[in-house]
Design a protein around this ligand. Sequence first.
Ligand code: ATP
Ligand code: MG
Length: 558
Amino acid sequence: MNHTANEEHEKLNFIEQLVEEDLKTKKHYGRLLTRFPPEPNGYLHIGHAKSICLNFGLALKYGGKTNLRFDDTNPEKEETEYVESIKHDIKWLGFEWSEELYTSDYFEQLYDFAVILIKKGLAYVDDQTAEQMAAHKGTPTEPGTLSPYTSRTVEENLDLFTRMRAGEFAEGEKTLRARIDMTSPNMHLRDPLMYRIKKDHHHRTGDKWCIYPMYDFAHGQSDSIEKITHSICTLEFEVHRPLYDWYIKQLEIYPSQQTEFARLNLNYTVMSKRKLLKLVQDRYVSGWDDPRMPTISAMRRRGFTPEAIRNFCDTIGVARRENVIDFGLLEFCVREHLNKIALRRMAVIDPLKIIIANFEEGKNEILSAENNPEDPEAGNREMIFTREIFIEHEDFMENPPKKFFRLAPGGYVRLKNAFIIKCDEVIKDDAGKVTQLNCTYVPESRSGHDTSGISVKGVLHWVSATENITAEVRLYDRLFTVENPDNQEKEFLHYVNPDSLKILNKAYIEKHFALDSIDSKFQFLRLGYFCFDKDSTPQHLVFNKTVGLKDSWAKISS
Ligand code: ATP
Ligand code: MG
């Protein structure tokens, strides 16, 4: 290998290196087939996005394929709604699967595999209760002891297993176990469960089955049935690998190979579907797609783009060491993409009225404003300037500190894409709160045609107080108040941030929004990136704040 090729190889992650090696040595006849195997027991989260980008990304890079396999072996937790949402999310992320498959389609085949192991004397029906089994299992430092039922003959086991399938026994009464090694230092090899009885309705097979394969017996065999070459999973399955290999070897079936990588952990959130379901069920959030959730559907609703999520997954990379990624990095990737594509618009979310005394009443001055200075193709839009306008309350200060370049009594400021104005008079209510400013504008200061000679430091966003649309704006903060809600004294639910959603009912937005597509991404000038929420109707527009313009989080936490 020459120097540059070597460097190129260095930049590959360890799974890419492995795949390249296997392709070169024709280990799987030069084939590459990966799979993404979600259990349809919840919506996908950003952790799954990492696995999706990895599995589909490898296939794209090396000319292989990726199967989507629903790992549906737990009848009581699985639903068709989840299947649909998972498919939608993968497509939205920009990936296409080769085949859509279900572990439940292999139930018959898996049953036959189990019979083969029984016939080889490598599996037996056990009558022990879960407690008895646990007691026999030993500990990582002490060997376990044999089940009293290992002495059953092949015929007896075949008969009992057939009757388990036929529904003759109650849940928990019998299990099928692999006969491996009760003294193995690897607990997963101490006669692991292969089948248990469950009299639940399955979302696809209905009531056909009352015995269901365990993850370890289903997963590797499914990989093998599909002739998956590289079965990529998260590190906690590393200790399962000897069992994965054992089943494949004993059954003499296609040798799929398992490789593990470190899962994605993000701070200020939780990522187990069980916990996310709890947040939904106990109504801490409005649903799986509540924009505060770490699910793909929530991120889509919040205005994150597939490009940004893919770029994030690329940036964090693939390694074998667990770490925690800062949520701010994901937001950085979102901001970076939105900066390129977002339409610039003006919105005032905390309005303060200004009356421009020297501007004719009833007159509409049409101004031109760029849709996106980052994108020459984006063109311009029209904005309407009127005698009464709104600016942001916080852009005015009656007694400003020294370097306050926004509006103050007697001071000048530029209204973006419009004119320079001067604040002449401050109107307050009985409580002393500023309610209105009376100003004058400089007619020859029109943006792009400014001949006024006045130089101002501050540029403010604004919206006409008479030519506008009112809207609802939803602002979000972290869903949890602590970095690691999973690892606290109390249960994670105690750390839900009570101020994670703020609703502003009376924001004013420029009229042009009525012409914008529902899928558009926006930058509200000086406020951040926003998108339409799905609750929007033509009569009532609702916006989600996607992310701020700058990393406000880093500022607060540093
Ligand atoms: P959860 O604990 O959130 O329910 P899971 O691992 O049980 O997750 P599955 O539906 O079984 O969820 O996962 C499908 C695939 O996504 C698996 O290959 C799994 O390893 C991967 N995956 C799940 N969570 C993460 C994560 N945080 N980072 C990377 N990959 C993940
Ligand atoms: Mg799982």
